[in-house]
Write a protein that binds this ligand. Structure first.
Ligand SMILES: CC(C)(COP(=O)(O)OP(=O)(O)OC[C@H]1O[C@@H](n2cnc3c(N)ncnc32)[C@H](O)[C@@H]1OP(=O)(O)O)[C@@H](O)C(=O)NCCC(=O)NCCS
Length: 170
C-alpha cells in the first residue's frame, strides 16, 4: 500500500482554512529555518498566505480531510520580481510544501508534474522557481527534475541569496 493511496490533489477552495494552510507551511519549512534559511513560508502570517495564494492557482493535497501538501502556480502575467520571471512565457511556483511525515514518498514530484502540465496548458514555455543558494538539497532535487540555473536574485526580507531555476516545457 502506497502512503499516497488516499491522497486527493485539487484546487484550494473557499471552505479550506488559510490558518491550516499556514500551519502546514510552517511545519514543512521549519527544518529550512533550523538550517538558517529564513524562507517567508517558515514564519509568514495568515494574511501573507492569503495574498500569496491569490497571486496564482493554489493546489492542495488532502488526506482524510486534512491538508497535507500545497503549491501555488503563478502564471506569466503575474510573475515579476526578476528579469527571468518578467518574461511573458515564464510561469513560476512557490509555497511548495509537503507534510513532514509524508516527505520523500513522491507527493512533491506528483505535484510538480501536475504543475508542469498545467503551466504548459496555459501557454507557458518555462516553469521556474527559486530557492536559497545554499539549500543544495533543494537545488539537487529540482535539477534531477530537469530544472536548470538561470539567474540569481536578492529578495527583500530573506537572509540568503536566491537562485532562479527553470525548466523548459516545450
Ligand atoms: C521539497 C518538497 C516539497 C518535496 O516534496 P516531497 O514529497 O518530499 O518530494 P518527493 O518525495 O517527490 O521527492 C523527495 C526527494 O528526496 C528524497 N528523499 C529521501 N528521503 C527524504 C526525506 N526524508 N525527506 C525528503 N526527501 C527525501 C527522495 O528520494 C526524492 O528524491 P528523488 O525522487 O529525486 O530521488 C518537500 O520535501 C518539502 O515540503 N520540503 C520542505 C519545504 C521546502 O523545501 N519547499 C521548497 C522550498 S524551495
Amino acid at each position: 500500500v502506497s502512503p499516497l493511496d488516499d491522497i486527493v490533489i485539487r484546487r484550494l477552495n473557499p471552505s479550506d482554512s488559510f490558518t491550516e494552510l499556514t500551519e502546514l507551511l510552517h511545519r514543512a519549512y521549519a527544518p529550512l529555518a533550523a538550517m538558517g534559511f529564513r524562507f517567508f513560508a517558515s514564519h509568514q502570517d495568515v494574511e501573507t498566505t492569503i495574498s500569496r495564494c491569490k497571486k496564482g492557482e493554489t493546489f492542495v493535497a488532502t488526506s482524510g480531510g486534512r491538508l497535507v501538501a500545497t503549491v501555488t502556480l503563478r502564471l506569466p502575467e503575474s510573475t515579476r520580481d526578476c528579469t527571468w520571471y518578467d518574461r511573458d512565457d515564464v510561469a513560476s511556483f512557490g509555497q511548495f510544501a509537503v507534510e513532514p511525515e509524508l516527505q520523500g514518498s513522491g507527493l512533491g514530484s506528483k505535484l510538480m508534474s501536475m504543475l508542469e502540465d498545467r503551466a504548459k496548458q496555459t501557454g507557458a514555455a518555462e516553469l521556474a522557481c527559486d530557492t536559497a543558494e545554499g539549500a543544495t538539497h533543494l537545488i539537487d532535487y529540482y535539477t534531477r527534475r530537469g530544472y536548470r540555473l538561470v539567474d540569481t536574485a536578492q529578495w527583500e526580507g530573506v537572509n540568503y541569496r536566491s537562485v532562479i531555476l527553470s525548466k523548459s516545457l516545450t
